[in-house]
Design a protein around this ligand. Structure first.
Ligand SMILES: [Zn+2]
Ligand SMILES: [Zn+2]
Length: 170
């Protein structure tokens, strides 16, 4: 019997056996990684599934059968909806002084009468405070227009800080 074993259990057999064992271990580890990652992507409690996946073969099969539906897509959709709503809100915005909701093309806050936009001195269109030239009639901003900011008396270019300050005010 031992002779038979030693006949079969050659060094080549040992090597092949080792390779198979290593492959199985790698597959086992990869299956756990896959389960954890997949569960995480689906928004499931991945740590629970990680414990389940520790059971060789059965754990992975169980996960394949019971894995949660793609919750993550729903989440993304929700996030998209929230972003869209925020953009919708951006269209309106708030008065920097009193927080009253104002529309993009409002020149004055209807509540506290703060000037929100500059008016073009030539065509009287509402201009963003950050703009240095009227996009409608190409008149440079400043000078005659009744601007509320002190920088209107300055030449056209404003510094970045001023501009971001102005846009956060608008
Ligand atoms: Zn206001
Ligand atoms: Zn104009």
């Amino acid at each position: 019997m031992s002779e038979l074993v030693s006949q079969i259990w050659t060094p080549q057999m040992q090597a092949a056996f080792t390779v198979v064992i290593v492959l199985l271990v790698v597959l086992y580890v990869l299956s756990i990684v896959w389960v954890v990652r997949d569960a995480y992507l689906r928004g499931a409690s991945w740590y629970i599934w990680a414990i389940v996946a520790l059971v060789p073969i059965v754990g992975v099969i169980a996960y394949c059968l019971l894995r949660p539906p793609m919750l993550r897509i729903d989440k993304d959709e929700q996030e998209l909806e929230v972003a869209l709503k925020q953009r919708e809100l951006m269209k309106y915005g708030e008065c920097a002084t009193c927080g009253y909701p104002v529309q993009m093309d409002y020149v004055l806050c209807p509540n506290c009468h703060t000037q929100l936009k500059n008016l073009c001195s030539h065509c009287e269109k509402a201009l963003e405070p950050a703009w240095t030239i009227c996009p409608y009639c190409a008149t440079p901003v400043g000078g005659v227009s009744k601007s509320r900011s002190t920088s209107s008396s300055r030449p056209r270019r404003r510094t970045h800080a001023e501009r971001s300050h102005a846009s956060s005010e608008a």
